[in-house]
Design a protein around this ligand. Structure first.
Ligand code: UDX
Ligand code: UDX
Ligand code: ADP
Length: 465
């Protein structure tokens, strides 16, 4: 089997950056180059101050610091890196289409296609091209058809190697992966390519955790894994609404069902709704593919997971409005958290964005505190919705760096992200700073109802009456 000496990854984002850093760390003899067309992003990856890395992930800066400049490089020289590499990973973004056919559902493969065309143009030697990141089914065949028609005599093997890392735990997920999935053709050259890619992961993972499948199974498994996880969250969120109307407590229900080994305990935390770049997008892809094959019932079944998630976010916002005497106009509401989950600065599809939008429509005045998300990002998230003008968003919503400032004279606090620090706050001081009655709406079930009520708060948490 051919020994790999150089690999390249196109796309220095949430997937490409951490994945390649871990590969470089575990495979000292392989030179890993991560390229991106975004100069600013590459500069941030190369910043001497490791706190300026473009992505916040626990453990990442240590790994980058230990390997950068040795066998890990970040660069904008895309062509050079492709030319030199034996394996090229494609890890660019594939957002949901915002125009044309499949708008709002299908993935936009524009960036992937551009990458494939670039590889076709630059490559002078045979290469293994690996589709990474969050790509929809049939991407590999699209890449293949672009690469096969270049006519410059180079052989390409296309592999699907979907990423299962979760943000906030990316480094740990990569180092201790439950499984690595490698999809490729069953031809002799396809098999060899799968074995070569497998040999990289075998540096640190036992062989039995590296699963080889055909391309379609691999691509579809990625969508299905995320759809199943999201479905569990929507299922328990549906039950949380029922718990609020009865005397049942959703945490007790989660525990009770999760101890059944056939169900299992994970992904049963009721919340204000799931977010992140993958869950919604992957389900929309699944729905789109099912519809395109005429499988209406299959499409409707999975779409319901998203409908339930939208309902949960709306329900939370509506509950805040109705509790605050049916009007939030001119009232200060503090948001604790903006990221879609703790330990990440990523905000894509975060529930906070949609809850804020609903409250701003009612003319609430929101003050946001998040330990890792920048002010620019928060305004960009709101502006992208296009519900109101950027000026209006900046007038109604403020971003602060101190949670106590957010709480000052607030009518209510809404907990949107489960950052650990929120549990450690001096809630007695927060109570004193707020207007009375002081309301707390806990979208992450972080705090104790009894303790909060004892401190004087009017306290609500998802899934409990
Ligand atoms: C079920 C619950 O498992 C049990 O905990 C509860 O107390 C009563 O209901 P039961 O109906 O006896 O038990 O059988 P179960 O093994 O759960 O199977 C139910 C149906 O699902 C069967 O028709 C089974 O063939 C089917 N099934 C189960 C599948 O089609 N695929 C599976 O992977 C599992
Ligand atoms: C997910 C998958 O877990 C990962 O395998 C895949 O590669 C990418 O998509 P990620 O989006 O980073 O990862 O985060 P995840 O931990 O799955 O959480 C997704 C959303 O669900 C978050 O908003 C989280 O807060 C929410 N969630 C998760 C719940 O509301 N309740 C839960 O019990 C679990
Ligand atoms: P993901 O979560 O999938 O990693 P990100 O948006 O965080 O997505 O990262 C994708 C990266 O891919 C971005 O930094 C973007 O600039 C980069 N990218 C997109 N198209 C190209 C391309 N043709 N060549 C190089 N980099 C690209």
């Amino acid at each position: 089997m051919k020994k790999v000496s150089k690999i390249c990854c196109i796309g220095a984002g949430y997937v490409g950056g951490p994945t390649m850093s871990v590969i470089a760390n575990q495979c000292p003899e392989i030179q890993v180059t991560v390229v991106d067309i975004n100069q600013e992003r590459i500069d941030d990856w190369n910043d001497e101050d490791l706190d300026k890395l473009p992505i916040y992930e626990p453990g990442l800066k240590e790994i980058v610091g230990a390997n950068r400049g040795k066998n890990l490089f970040f660069s904008t020289e895309v062509d050079k890196a492709i030319d030199e590499a034996e394996i090229v990973f494609i890890s660019v973004n594939t957002p949901t289409k915002t125009y044309g056919k499949g708008k709002g559902q299908a993935a936009d493969l524009k960036f992937v296609e551009l990458c494939a065309r670039n590889i076709a143009k630059v490559a002078k030697t045979d290469k293994i091209v690996v589709e990474k990141s969050t790509l929809p089914v049939r991407t590999a065949s699209a890449i293949k058809s672009i690469l096969e028609n270049t006519g410059n005599g180079v052989n390409f093997e296309i592999l699907s190697n979907p990423e299962f890392l979760a943000e906030g735990t990316a480094v740990d997920d990569l180092l201790n992966a439950d499984r690595v999935l490698i999809g490729g053709d069953d031809t002799p050259s396809g098999q060899e390519a799968k074995n070569i890619l497998s040999s990289i992961y075998e540096h640190w993972l036992p062989k039995e955790r590296i699963l080889q499948t055909n391309v379609w199974s691999s691509e579809l498994s990625k969508l299905v894994a995320n759809a199943f996880l999201a479905q569990r969250v929507s299922s328990i969120n549906a039950i949380s609404a029922l718990c609020e109307r009865t005397d049942a407590n959703v945490a007790e229900v989660s525990r009770a069902i999760g101890t059944d080994s056939r169900i299992g305990p994970k992904f049963l935390n009721a919340s204000v709704g799931f977010g992140g770049s993958c869950f919604q997008k992957d389900i929309l892809n699944l729905v789109y593919i099912a519809r395109s094959f005429g499988l209406q019932e299959v499409a409707d079944y999975w779409e319901q997971v998203i409908i339930m998630n939208d309902y949960q976010k709306k329900r939370f916002a509506d509950h805040i409005i109705s509790t605050l005497y049916n009007t939030v106009s001119g009232k200060k509401i503090a948001f604790f958290g903006w990221a879609f989950k703790k330990d990440t600065n990523d905000t894509r599809e975060s529930a906070a964005i949609y809850v804020a939008d609903a409250l701003l429509e009612e003319r609430a005045e929101i003050t946001v505190y998040d330990p890792k998300v920048s002010e620019d990002r928060i305004y960009a998230d709101l502006d992208e919705l296009g519900t109101r003008s950027p000026e209006e968003n900046r007038r109604l919503l403020k971003v602060v760096k101190d949670p106590m400032e957010a709480a000052e004279e607030a009518h209510a606090i809404a907990l949107l992200t489960e950052w650990d620090e929120f549990k450690e706050y001096d809630w007695n001081t927060i109570y004193e700073k707020m207007l009375k009655p002081a309301f707390v709406f806990d979208g992450r079930r972080m705090l104790s109802k009894a303790e909060m009520e004892e401190k004087g708060f009017q306290y609500y948490k998802i899934g409990q009456s």
